[in-house]
Ligand binder design. Structure first.
Ligand code: B3K
Ligand code: ZN
Length: 852
């Protein structure tokens, strides 16, 4: 492995050959699987250059050019064909063993079904090809397999032929996808499933067949995915004017999957986690996740599939835009404020951490070793924030005009982020020159605000300063849409507007105040920046009571809580007693009692920031102090408001809706921190629960309160659910998050549980991923045992599934805020990985960035 493997955006060149059509014949036969690929190749560059095809881990059987043998050579990752022809047919036969493919990239097996994952560069594990997104081909695919074992043979597009080979017990299906597509959107599935079928009439009156394939016995868990799909189709027509384009749309749920889902044209492959749901086994959060991921993959049909990326550096072109679209979908269908809060949390808790760590990169990265490492919160979520800022600057009407222009210009093409911004700028007439810097600059901009009130003139002035830096390099001044609401002393909203901040320092002056007003700044997180302004308690309480934006009220509550925690951390280090300002308690009591507030919003306000979120607010952290102070502040608030919490709990417990459940369960969780006397409430909820949200909340509360009932409840839960993998994942996660000194031993023990398997990413993530990313105190144990355990697991996964390993290493490379002793231990673990003889590209890239 060496730096020679780095690919740079600046080195992009158009392909010298292209493939307009490919005909695949896939003969599925276990370890003797064969793929015959017949491609129509044309030269695009007159110079005599060899045709270089990508291919990895393939067994080449034969190559024919226009039906005859030809001259070729093979390397680890390429097949080079010497030819002077301009137009020719290439027939390549490869042999594969999907049963041995544990990386879950290319063609592999999930619970006895064949399936594929080609994005980003998995197609090259199926056949030699120009495996890059700017080569668009039409596909015909013949799939052949044993009929009894694999009754369903699926690929992209429409079925054009079916046939049987009665003597061998095999059958075949031939598919045709009329839309030219890059190879990363190819998909194939073969297996035996339960099928839920429905249809959707599009806005132009076409009848589209909708199919959801699930493992046998799970048909009753497919309805929510189907409903979500129909809602997505309708919403995209209504909000974006976009209609579906094939006669069939298929979703297949598989349990072995490296990520959430994949938008293959007409044939989405989904992680079971984002399809299967019923009240008994899925939480309200799961239901929401399914709706949002089904929407996301569906929306890709236009933003990603019809218009795709020129090269992988442009990934945010489709991902940032599609996340923005799925966020809008969820917000139009549900609570806009709560959805916005969730998006802000991802940014502040995860993206800010990535952007200040060794993997910091612009939403359009400039250099990459392993593309799969760049499906990040930066490309996706910061990418969506960049689209959202354009939406804020342009407004809905001009933004939609920009989208229309984008599709008119680029339908059927592979394009760049610049092409997208050009369409937005031209359709709206807005100058987005400076705005484009958001695509090329990494790092979270810091915005420092100072204010001044002149009682004589009644003038209130805000001074806004911005700066940005990444990997020690200062960036250029950005165009920041900065939303401000000014509340007067009585709480009335005087100004509520988005201001364009374009200079390093900018001042805004407002007239006519009798007393100093309160400014609610960066409302709704109008730009992905870190805001620095010294809010007083009174100002925060004022915003919590009077801001028009519910998101701003939530933000103020987070700030109020955080300030209280940091003050206590300081108290501890000064060896003074901890205390919570009564105004803080009263502010939260006010929230609990405010019947006018949306219950889902209240539950967000009372779900105080996790330790990992608090760490993001400071440049270095005393973890032990943080743990004590955070627990202290929560217990103080909970104990002072326990009567109100209990009253609301009782009142809400009879209401059957997600918002009421969320409020009720956060109340239960807070009560469990107060005293042992709430154990009966927890047990009662667990025993009477009719849904997974309440059962799981009771279990969590039992764990938070360290109640004696915990082991019995865990055992009861296991007895009920041991044959349902997705529910067992919740059981694993819960135990992985236990803040007890023996948690690592208990995790080790759980890896031998019948329901656990190292080859299934859902299981690994639910236990070990959850521990590393979510159990902040135990993962960062002073003795280094958390780091050592993760490292041991990563060494194992480095071989079997490098993509999953590379995702899970994140908390180990984000070490900068921790004390020297912890940093040293983390670096030692990374050095162990660095020295592995067979380190995958995936881990190599991250480990090296972290250590250099
Ligand atoms: N496009 C896929 C992600 C592919 C990840 C490849 N490692 C899912 C999505 O964003 O919709
Ligand atoms: Zn996506």
């Amino acid at each position: 492995m060496s730096e020679a493997q780095v690919k740079h955006l600046k080195d992009y060149t158009a392909p010298t050959f292209t493939i307009n059509h490919i005909d695949l014949n896939v003969i599925l036969d276990g370890e003797n699987t064969k793929v015959v690929a017949l491609s129509k190749v044309s030269r695009r560059n007159e110079h005599q250059l060899d045709l270089i095809l990508d291919g990895e881990q393939l067994n080449l059987v034969s190559v024919k050019l226009n039906g005859k043998g030809c001259e070729y050579r093979q390397t680890d990752s390429q097949l080079v064909i010497a030819t002077s022809e301009s137009e020719f047919e290439l027939e390549i036969t490869t042999a594969l063993n999907p049963e041995a493919n544990t990386s879950l990239e290319g063609l592999y097996m999930s619970d006895g079904a064949y399936c594929t994952q080609c994005e980003a560069e998995g197609f090259r594990r199926i056949t030699y090809f120009l495996d890059r997104p700017d080569v668009l081909a039409t596909y015909t695919v013949r799939i052949e397999a044993d009929k009894a074992e694999f009754p369903f043979l699926l690929s992209n597009g429409n079925v054009i032929e079916r046939g049987e080979m009665p003597r061998s017990g095999r059958h075949f299906v031939r598919w045709q996808d009329p839309f030219p597509k890059p190879s990363y959107l190819f998909a194939l599935v073969a297996g035996d499933f339960d099928l839920l079928e429905d249809h959707f009439i599009t806005m132009s009156g076409r009848n589209v067949t909708l199919q959801v394939f699930v493992d046998k016995g799970n048909l009753h868990k497919a309805d929510h995915a189907m409903i979500s799909l129909k809602k997505s189709m309708k919403w995209d027509e209504e909000r974006f004017g976009l209609e579906y384009d094939l006669d069939i749309y298929m979703i297949v749920a598989v349990d072995f999957f490296n990520m959430g889902a994949m938008e293959n044209k007409g044939l989405n492959v989904f992680n079971t986690k984002y399809v299967l749901a019923d009240k008994a086994s899925a939480t309200d959060e799961d239901y929401h996740g399914i709706e949002s991921v089904v929407g996301h993959e569906y929306f890709h049909n236009w933003t990603g599939n019809r218009v795709t990326c020129r090269d992988w550096f442009q990934l945010s072109l489709k991902e940032g835009l599609t996340v923005f679209r799925d966020q809008e979908f969820s917000s139009d269908l549900g609570s806009r404020a709560v959805n916005r809060i969730h998006a802000i949390k991802v940014m502040k808790n995860q993206q800010f951490a990535e952007d200040s760590g060794p993997m910091s990169h612009p939403i359009r990265p400039e250099s990459v070793i392993e593309m799969n490492n760049f499906y990040t919160v930066t490309v996706y979520n910061k990418g969506a924030e960049v689209i959202r800022m354009m939406h804020t600057i342009l407004g809905e009407a001009a933004f939609q005009a920009g989208m229309k222009c984008y599709f008119e210009r680029h339908d059927g093409q592979a394009v760049t982020c610049d092409d997208f911004v050009n369409a937005m700028a031209e359709a709206s007439g807005k100058d987005l020159q400076q705005f484009r810097r958001w695509y090329s600059q990494a790092g979270t901009p810091v915005v420092i605000v100072e204010d001044d009130f002149n009682p004589e003139s009644g003038q209130y002035t805000l001074t806004i300063k911005q700066s940005v830096e990444s990997h020690g390099v200062k960036g250029q001044t950005l165009h920041i849409p900065f939303s401000i609401e000014i509340l007067n002393a009585e709480g009335a909203s005087v100004i509520n507007k988005v201001f364009d901040v374009k200079k390093a320092t900018q001042q805004f002056t407002f007239d006519g105040f009798a007393a100093k007003p309160v400014a609610s700044l960066l409302q709704d997180f109008s730009a992905p920046v870190k805001l620095q302004y010294e809010f007083s308690f009174d100002q925060l309480v004022h915003i919590m009571r009077f801001a028009s934006s519910e998101v701003a009220r939530w933000e103020a509550s987070v700030q109020l809580f955080s300030q209280s925690v940091w003050e206590n951390v300081a108290q501890l280090s000064a060896k003074e007693v901890m205390s919570v300002d009564p105004r803080v308690v009263e502010a939260f009591r006010g929230v609990i009692l405010d019947a006018g507030l949306d219950q889902a919003l209240v539950s967000e306000i009372l779900s105080f920031p996790a330790a990992s979120a608090l760490i993001e607010q400071v440049s270095s952290v005393d973890l032990d102090g943080l743990q004590m102070a955070r627990e202290f502040v929560i217990e103080e608030i909970a104990s002072a408001t326990q009567d109100e919490l209990l009253a609301r709990y009782r009142e809400l417990t009879v209401i059957d809706n997600p918002s009421a459940r969320a409020f009720k369960n956060v109340a239960l969780s807070l009560l469990s921190t107060v005293s042992q006397e709430y154990e009966t409430l927890v047990v009662e909820q667990f025993n009477c629960s009719t849904n997974m949200t309440d059962s799981l909340a009771a279990l969590k509360a039992a764990m938070t309160g360290q109640f004696d009932c915990l082991s019995k409840l865990l055992a009861d839960f296991e007895a009920t659910w041991h044959t349902t993998p997705l529910v067992m994942d919740k059981w694993f996660t819960l135990q992985a998050l236990s803040n007890t000194d023996d948690v690592i031993d208990s995790i080790k023990h759980l890896t031998h549980h019948n329901s656990f398997s190292f080859s299934n990413p859902n299981r690994v993530r639910s236990l070990i991923g959850a521990f590393a990313a979510g159990n902040t105190y135990q993962f960062h144990r002073k003795d280094g045992s958390g780091y050592a355990y993760l490292t041991q697991i990563l060494i194992k996964l480095n071989k079997s599934n490098p993509q999953v390993a590379s995702r899970m290493i994140t908390p180990l490379i984000q070490f900068a805020k921790f004390d020297h002793a912890r940093q040293d231990l983390m670096k030692q673990s990374l050095a162990t990985l660095q020295n592995l003889p067979d380190l995958s590209k995936d881990l190599y890239e991250k480990v090296n960035k972290a250590l250099n």
